[in-house]
Design a protein. Structure first.
Length: 441
């Protein structure tokens, strides 16, 4: 077992012999064997133990066992006691999820404070098998078929090569102390149900189930790598990013091979799921259709799907009470200055409005446009138009519309900021002073 352990670490380049590793040790057979192997191999390590106070005296006995073993080996020992049930009640999370969040947050703090390069957990081959079966039962894509990763960022699983049986045999041979958690036999937990009721019949079909599974895992991992490469090629053709908006070309998406999978691989990172994929394709020709995850917003545009992080609903409302003046906006700033001379050209682009100063009065209000707003777009000879209709004709996306501001004087819109000024306030040959308003950024 020790030789196989060393070979596995070398073959997978899991860590360097000079790295300092933090071991998550519960006191169960898996983690105690892992710690014993680290000690026997002469690696640099410390032990972290979480007492979740969920099993009364048994939890305290686990802590004492791990503490005693760390002292015998003369290695750093870190321990913490969590009020897990109390915290799960406060945050309305399951005890299992709460325990996971608490321990990994603490592990990260330990690694930073004591200069550990990596965190090792004692997941083994059977854990990966049970995870795959669980994912299959619940429904999964290809990512759910590779079991538990051997390395994930700074977390390593150095026992991934070993079966549960091998670990237990090693503990017996080397007389490694450990404690049994009675909850591991409870069939109330889905993982235990798989372990005790699903895996045994499979082993009757294939007594070498774990070894076969190990080979299958390698094949699935390579398949996943090929799959991700192919998806990346598709994405490079159809995705563009502009500012804070991700745009997905809908013609390319509709013509893509395995288009549902391609779309899922685009949107899952933004909190969307497979059900959203089906909903989006049903509404793919319905311009303006919208979909929400906890963090992002998707809109069906004319030619593209538009993905953007949700923005706060804070209204923009501010005043310009003196000239010259510059005010900050959620994105960029607005500058108002007085010109004594006419510029050489009046066509300064959409980011600048030139207004007859005599036709406006302070204060100016800068706010988000709202339904019902009307103005007289410059060049339309005094014809009024709703701002909503003007923005539609400008072919702005929903996200772009949401960001549009207006500048008004005495209740009249002077400028749809960054788009069009109002005919009523334009400069003429009789204009004495010109107000120049610029959108910067």
């Amino acid at each position: 077992m020790l030789a196989a352990f060393k070979d596995y670490i070398e073959q997978t380049a899991l860590f360097s012999p000079t790295d300092k590793i933090l071991l998550a040790v519960s006191g169960g057979v898996d983690s105690m064997v892992m710690a014993s192997l680290f000690h026997a191999a002469g690696f640099k390590f410390g032990i972290a133990h979480c007492n979740f106070q969920l099993r009364g005296a048994a939890s305290d006995a686990d802590e004492q066992l791990v503490k005693a073993q760390a002292a015998e080996w003369d290695v750093p020992f870190h321990v913490i006691q969590f009020k897990t049930k109390e915290e799960s009640g406060k945050q309305q999370k399951s005890t299992e999820l709460m325990a996971r969040e608490l321990r990994y947050k603490w592990f990260a703090e330990l690694m930073e404070s004591f200069d550990y390069q990596l965190l090792a957990t004692a997941h083994h081959l059977n854990d990966s098998l049970e995870t795959l079966l669980y994912n299959l039962a619940k429904g999964t894509g290809i990512r759910g078929l590779h079991g538990i990763p051997v390395k994930n960022d700074k977390i390593i699983r150095p026992l991934s090569f070993a079966t549960r049986e091998q670990i237990e045999q090693y503990a017996e041979t080397e007389k490694i102390p450990f404690r049994e958690d009675a909850s591991n036999k409870s069939l109330e937990h889905s993982r235990n149900l798989i372990r005790h009721k699903v895996v045994p019949p499979l082993k009757q079909i294939n007594p070498s189930l774990e070894q076969t599974f190990s080979k299958t895992l390698k094949q699935l991992k390579e398949t996943e790598e090929l799959f991700l490469w192919a998806v990346k090629q598709q994405h490079q053709k159809m995705i563009t990013e502009e500012a804070d908006v991700v745009k997905v070309n809908m013609v390319d998406l509709k013509n893509a091979v395995a288009k549902s999978t391609v779309l899922f691989e685009i949107i899952y990172k933004y909190g969307f799921n497979a059900d959203h994929v089906d909903q989006i394709f049903r509404a793919i020709d319905n311009v303006g259709a919208q979909f929400y995850s906890k963090s992002h917003h998707i809109v069906v545009g004319r030619k593209e799907l538009l993905i953007q992080r949700k923005k706060s609903a804070v209204a923009v409302w501010t005043k310009i009470e003196m000239l010259p003046e510059t005010i900050n906006l959620p994105k960029g700033e607005l500058s108002a200055t007085i010109l004594k001379k006419r510029p050489a050209t009046l066509n300064l682009g959409k980011a600048v409005a030139l207004v007859d100063l005599a036709k406006v009065k302070l204060p100016f209000i800068v706010r988000k446009w709202k339904e019902g707003d009307k103005f007289q777009p410059l060049g339309m000879k005094g014809k009024s138009k709703k701002v909503s209709e003007f923005l539609r004709d400008e072919k702005l996306s929903l996200f772009e519309k949401e960001a549009v501001l207006v500048l008004e004087s005495e209740g009249a819109i002077v400028w749809v900021v960054g788009h069009r000024s109002d005919e009523r306030f334009k400069i003429t040959k009789d204009t004495k002073e010109i107000l120049r308003i610029s959108r910067l950024g």
